[in-house]
Ligand binder design. Sequence first.
Ligand code: HEM
Length: 412
Amino acid sequence: MPGVHDLRSLPNVYDPFPLYAWLRDHEPVHWSASLNAWAVTRFADVLRIFDEPLRFSADRFRKIGERYASSRPAVRAVGEVLGDWLVFRDPPDHTRLRGLLQKSFTPRRLEGSRARIQATVDALLDLVAARGEMDFIRDVAFPLPAMVIAVLLGVPTEDIEPIKTWSDRLAAYLGGVVDERDNFTEARAGVSALVDYFRRLLRARERAPGDDLMTLMLRAEHEGDRLAHEEVVANCVLLLFAGHETTTNLLGNGLFHLLRHPDQAAAVRADPTLTPHAVEELLRYDGPVPATVKVATEDLEWHGHSIRRRDMVVPFTAAANRDPRQFDRPDVLDVRREPDRHVAFGFGLHFCLGAWLARLEAQLALDTVLRRLPGLVLASEVPRWKPMIFLRGLETLPVRWQTVGASEGRWR
Ligand code: HEM
């Protein structure tokens, strides 16, 4: 049947897990004509890709083959900015950029954000608590990470709304949207607006330095010429994008699955020390970044296939995280599962720089929502997934709960 094994067909995008299982068992390295790439789905193989960054390059903008190249100005314009992103660079440039940014992302530095994140969660819930219902994505899962990364970077929080519009357009491309949109035209519009915005903001920061990531990167540019100005701009866009889109989806996917498994939600509610385990399990079970893209730098034979130098190779982390060769009962959500190695944040050289921050935000948000909103349930059992392959998240997540004062605990 056509489309049954197509990773881009809508039914497979909305519920990819049956196809992942088939691929792991029958075609662990699979040529996907619609992705124009090799899809890799077993845990051990995905780990190998992350573990061999020289053979599987992150630099998809410089190292891919001619057949992917395009002369369209929109494509080149997007590549010029994204090509400077840390996540798409190989050593030695990656080492230089990562070394610099890493200093701001140590648990010790970020621990200072805990009180602010908790206060933000509480303030967002104050706005809706008496209502008895909300769209969790719009009311909590989007604004929380956007505000957190805006403050860290030094972006005024009142600019978050326009930033979201631009960033959504970029997400259509990076997320691999499968609807009718022209991804590159969308992405170009989003990227140009974000680049203009950060250029303006950086000029202001040069005149009046602050205690934020933008200032830190600017200083690095001036001290010893380690960061070019355009690299600063590009990596501001990266941090802003990576800092909110993914975490929004972790909060949304996480709450959705917890509420779909009331026994699991009850376990976390009864014992908050389970929350960190629950967050790891939710990342494993249905994480926000199901796959990333690498490029083969040499020919290789793998599971009976010939991969050629400059072919795109896609490690499907979401498939790896459900591999029964690695995890016991992988399709069961179990918040008591002993922390096991999952690859929702990638692995090795490019392991997510924001993992600690994302975990902290998810732990505080889920814990507070479960504690403060009694009788919290899904208002609709039918999820509305975004039509994307490389990013996984819900368009909306309507929920309702009992409000204090609603007589005899009736639903409002
Ligand atoms: C739940 C939320 C998140 C998930 C699932 C996630 C996932 C990932 C993954 C899978 C990678 C590796 C990509 C690859 O190897 O191709 C990555 C890299 C990265 N992430 Fe995240 N991320 C999350 C949140 C964040 C946040 C909050 C930030 C920043 C504040 C961030 C910043 C980055 C950066 C800068 C990289 C590139 C690291 C490098 O190349 O050395 N991420 N992330």
